[in-house]
Design a binder for this molecule. Structure first.
Ligand code: GLU
Length: 555
């Protein structure tokens, strides 16, 4: 249009700032060579999917391993999808996993950094300045079509058997409105959206490089997409292209459902005179189903929600560690060789990420987490699980608080040694794991295993109840149990028992099992010596008596 400048003035009379003004206001960042600027750009729906967290982790590591900047931008242009408090929920989710943005929205209503505002709802004027420039250059125009008219265009295209439907080319009827017609419509108070005048052509390819997926070829964009809605608010495409440029993003790390938008974004960048950032499209996290696999689903899989991990009490370290194994398959080898290093020392490499989607496996997460927790001090286990319990398991928190020292000592059984036990995968395992240590939660169960019979159990318990001494050292304690064996027809030697089983009622293992079952209600526990000591004299004798009574009645 010849009078494009006049049209721009008509559409945006209040916008005096120019793109140059913003280019100057948000200058290129002075960062060392190779430093990458990445972002996480959630829409505030309040739900954080594990896949989003994973992508966010990749984005964060991409920035952090290069000494760059990671920022959070809130994409809240769609007011209908907006949920109160959602930003806070999402940021808490990130923070639980140790992702603290350098810049951007850092808490509900709080921002940090020189490239803001970082909430799209507060950037309306900025978008309008760039939209105005596009109009001036003839790359955008107002469209007055109503929803009915758009439907009608679509029906016509379907009838004609068009490969491409939508608002483009000859179907884009407002493309050719004259300035006079536009003025008249505006005077009549008709609402308008701002559309891109797409220079794309059907059949022409848009070729681009994705750092994970490689070279991608797609149809270039031909659609006159909406840039500004009738309330002047930008659409996702327009806002994110302007923001990624002005916030000086170097690498766009996001879910691969956005690959289809790249031709639009690349075209917009070109028309706006921006350098297109590098693309890093992360494949979704998959889950095995039968022979095949499917996406981890918000509807079907509780573990798809990031809140699941904090509610279950997985330490952030475990989940982060697990996410790194999903991100780079060489992480595990690196971890074996670098047992005590922080994750940030790992040479994370985008190019080693799965093109088709990493497979989620909760059993593997549990194994990793058991390992992570086994290396924690009892003090740390106590602190973290208390924090979890205060929120999710008041009963456990109360037990802890009754006697913190004893709780710490219980958590220290078989810990802080060379071969710590690996029983706890998440804090919600703890209540059951230590339940027998407290009168409130102990549930007797007198089922025996191995060679132990109720007769043997009664004989063992009678003798042990008389002999037990809580002042014993571990060696003395074990000697005492061994000494008890011949008195009840057992042998202290497992080897001897195996050689002539008919000569004995059992061996030292069976004798210990009887004592273990009486004291804990279980056949498998951590170190019985420590358990006995921490149960204390009174509980020990009470439980031995109760068990003895039980077996005597059973005989
Ligand atoms: N706001 C988009 C989302 O919630 C982000 C897309 C992007 O990262 O460009 O998925």
């Amino acid at each position: 249009m010849e009078n494009a400048k006049e049209l721009a003035g008509l559409l945006f009379p209040d916008i005096s700032e120019t793109p140059e003004y913003y280019e100057e206001k948000y200058p290129p960042r002075s960062l060392p060579d190779g430093a990458r600027v990445t972002r996480f750009a959630p829409s505030p729906t309040g739900f954080l999917h594990f896949g989003n967290l994973f992508t966010c982790r990749v984005s964060y590591e991409t920035a952090k391993t290069t000494g760059g900047i990671f920022y959070v931008r809130v994409e809240d242009t769609d007011q209908k999808r907006r949920v109160e408090g959602a930003v806070g929920v999402m940021l808490d989710g990130l923070s639980y996993f140790g992702i603290e943005p350098d810049e951007g929205v850092v808490a509900n209503g709080e921002e940090r950094g020189d490239y803001g505002p970082y909430c799209q709802s507060r950037r309306k004027r900025i978008y309008q300045a760039f939209a105005k420039r596009l109009v001036e250059e003839g790359f955008a125009y107002p469209c007055f079509c109503t929803a009915e008219e758009l439907d009608e265009i679509r029906s016509r295209q379907e009838e004609a058997g068009e490969d491409i439907t939508g608002y483009y080319g000859k179907y884009a009827r407002c493309r050719s409105l004259s300035l006079e017609e536009i003025k008249r419509n505006i005077d009549l108070g008709k609402p308008w959206t701002l559309r891109l005048r797409s220079p794309g052509e059907a059949g022409r390819k848009c070729v681009f490089e994705d750092m994970i997926k490689g070279r991608i070829e797609a149809q270039e964009n031909v659609q006159d997409i909406v840039l500004l809605k009738s309330d002047g608010i930008p659409t996702y495409h327009f806002a994110s292209v302007v923001d990624d440029h002005l916030m000086r993003t170097t690498h766009i790390v996001r879910g691969d459902e956005w690959i289809a938008s790249c031709p639009v974004h690349i075209q917009l960048n070109r028309l706006l005179g921006f350098k297109t950032p590098k693309y890093v499209h992360v494949a979704p996290i998959m889950k095995a189903q039968g022979e095949g696999k499917r996406k981890l689903s918000k509807r079907k899989d509780p573990e798809a929600a990031v809140s699941y991990y904090s509610e279950e009490g997985y330490p952030a370290e475990s989940v982060n560690e697990y996410m790194m194994t999903l991100a780079n398959s060489n992480f595990e080898d690196w971890r074996r060789a670098n047992k005590n290093e922080g994750i940030s020392k790992f040479p994370f490499n985008i190019k080693k990420m799965s093109v088709s989607g990493a497979l989620f496996d909760i059993a593997k997460l549990n194994d990793i987490s058991k390992n992570v927790i086994s290396t924690m001090t009892s003090e740390r286990v106590f602190e973290l699980s208390l924090k979890w319990a205060e929120r999710y398991n008041k009963g456990l928190a109360e037990l802890y608080k009754k006697d913190g020292e004893r709780a710490r000592a219980i958590l220290n059984i078989d810990r802080e040694n060379k071969k710590p036990r690996k029983d706890i995968a998440k804090w919600s395992d703890i209540p059951d794991y230590i339940s027998y240590m407290f009168d409130e939660t102990f549930e007797p169960c007198y089922e025996l295993s191995g060679n132990a019979t109720p007769q043997l159990a009664a004989a063992v318990l009678e003798k042990y109840a008389a002999a037990v001494d809580l002042n014993d050292t571990k060696d003395e304690w074990f000697e005492r149990i061994k000494a008890l064996c011949p008195l009840v027809g057992c042998t202290p030697s497992v080897k001897e028992f195996k050689q002539e089983p008919e000569s004995f009622k059992g061996h030292v293992g069976d004798v210990s099992t009887v004592i273990r079952v009486a004291l804990t209600g279980r056949t498998n526990t951590p170190d019985l010596y420590e358990i006995t000591r921490l149960l204390g004299k009174e509980r020990v004798s009470e439980r031995l008596c109760a068990a003895l009574k039980h077996y005597r009645e059973e005989i």
